[in-house]
Ligand binder design. Structure first.
Ligand SMILES: Cc1ncc(COP(=O)(O)O)c(C=O)c1O
Length: 387
């Protein structure tokens, strides 16, 4: 038997409490019983989005909500600006192209955050742009983009919105949607929401809802106006059959988040991120990102170690699943998740596993060095004991 540890940035580990809630017998979705849970869940979800607008739940993975953002805000022939600093940024361009929306790319080197001056210049060059689309946390490069600063640029533009893929940022960092003027915020269940995949969430500002009125891209399943009508108080259901079990699970997850307290939750994530960075760096592994994300830590696998074989060995021989790199980072990096149901000893396990795997790959490593560096950071999580 090899005990399994899931430390990939989505899907992430699901707490026992949530698994048990989802194991309850199925209920019908057009019933007062479901509507009561749905309404409570939606209210709590809006507190995590930190919005007074509706946070809508869609039965899809996160990419469904990304597509919904494009089709509900744009018409064929419109122009959008998008930040392409990795696999998920690139996706904005692909979605737009499919819908006949012209996508102006701001190319960012993988591992770097977008330069706000470049966004400003693009908005000046394309004043009719319908929106700036970007990631709060670009998971493929474990990088955070400055979404708040970008939102400041579009705030004074009547027909241009900031659309934020916060799939690995919401519930990880404090990003108050309304306060920061983020017009669209998107998330997904299998990340900080500690659920299996299959549920996407999306919220729009008043300004974004106004743009929806004139957007003519074809849409049916992801028609957000229809969804909003159904999901608002009074109806408290979804337009189509919802992911019932995931919504019950989300109800439990949100209760857990509020029991912890959002400030504590953000502080925990920040601490784990700092510890993971300290751990890998102490092992001589360089960080992939110059603006490292709070959700996951990407590190270059040392020269001479085959990154793909390394990740495979960790998973199949040691039972610890990390994510490797995508595209040109394939076989070169390793990504450690710390978003959602993770705590001190998950990071200790992660760093310890990397140390032991490096040793097994014949890479010179001082056993315990990375773990000690992580522990030095993690100790802050616990109060000093009374003596
Ligand atoms: C930042 C980001 N955007 C988009 C996606 C795509 O979401 P999904 O795989 O749920 O469609 C992911 C998934 O890893 C992500 O991390």
């Amino acid at each position: 038997m090899i005990k399994q540890y899931l430390l990939s940035p989505g899907p992430t580990a699901v707490p026992e409490r949530v698994l048990l809630r989802m194991a309850h017998p199925m209920i019908h979705h057009r019933t007062p019983q479901f509507s009561a849970v749905f309404a409570e869940t939606k209210r709590m979800l809006e507190q995590v989005f930190q919005t007074s607008n509706d946070a809508l739940m869609l039965a899809s993975s996160g990419s469904g909500a990304m597509e919904a953002a494009v089709t509900n805000l744009c018409s064929p022939g419109d122009t959008i600006i998008y930040v392409n600093g990795g696999k998920f940024g690139e996706r904005w361009g692909k979605i737009a192209a499919r819908h006949g929306v012209r996508a102006v790319e701001i190319k960012v080197a993988w591992g770097e955050a977008v330069d706000v001056a470049e966004v400003k210049a693009a908005l000046e060059a394309y004043p009719d742009a319908r929106g700036v689309f970007l990631q709060a946390s670009e998971t493929s490069t474990t990088t955070e983009h400055p979404v708040r600063e970008v939102a400041r640029l579009t705030a004074c533009m009547e027909n241009c919105v900031t659309v934020v893929d916060a799939i690995t940022a919401l519930g990880v960092i404090d990003m108050p949607m309304d306060d920061w003027g983020l017009d669209v915020v998107i998330s997904g269940s299998q990340k900080a929401f500690m659920l299996p995949p299959g549920l996407a969430m999306i919220a729009l500002s008043d300004k974004a809802w106004k743009l929806v009125e004139t957007a003519s891209c074809p849409r049916f399943y992801f028609d957000l106006v229809t969804e909003r009508k159904n999901q608002q108080a009074g109806k408290d259901t979804t337009a189509w059959t919802p992911a019932v079990s995931l919504i019950l699970g989300l109800n439990e997850v949100l209760k857990m988040m509020f029991e912890e307290g959002l400030d504590n939750l953000y502080a925990r994530h920040a601490l784990l991120a700092r510890a993971a960075r300290a751990g890998v760096q102490a092992l001589g592994m360089r960080l992939v990102s110059s603006a490292p994300a709070t959700s996951a830590t990407g590190a270059w696998v040392p020269e001479g170690v085959d990154g793909a074989a390394f990740v495979k060995y960790l998973r199949d021989t040691m039972g610890v699943t990390f994510a490797g790199g995508q595209d040109h980072l394939k076989g070169k990096i390793l990504r450690i998740a710390h978003l959602g149901y993770y705590d001190v000893f998950d990071i200790v396990t992660a760093i310890s596993a990397i140390e032991m795997a490096l040793d097994r790959f014949g890479h010179p490593v001082e056993m315990g060095r990375g773990v000690a560096a992580a522990q030095a950071v993690l100790a802050d999580r616990f109060p000093a004991a009374a003596r």
